[in-house]
Write a new protein. Sequence first.
Length: 111
Amino acid sequence: MKQIAGVGDVDEVWYRGLDVAAHLLGLLAATGSYLALTHVTPDFATDDVYRGQGIPATVRSRSEVERFFDGLDLVEPWVQSVHRWRPDDTSGPDGPADAEVNVYGALTRVP
């Protein structure tokens, strides 16, 4: 498993990030492979949580995270808060609030 961290918020870096995603898909060219992505978001709470603790973080909205998957078929439930992405136990309490998690996740299958 490979991890890409720290993709900045400047347009040039953003598109380089998309190039990296495309490159990873090239490495996973075997039909049936999957690419997973998680990303910090300000949609539920501000990024002050990170910056206030000295952690430089680029945060992205749901629509910005969805851009990483342009032209690909996402696996249901698509881009979702990671703690709500197919939870194992749905019979108990809802668990943490979205603002306590602040991370989107998604999965796509290589055609």
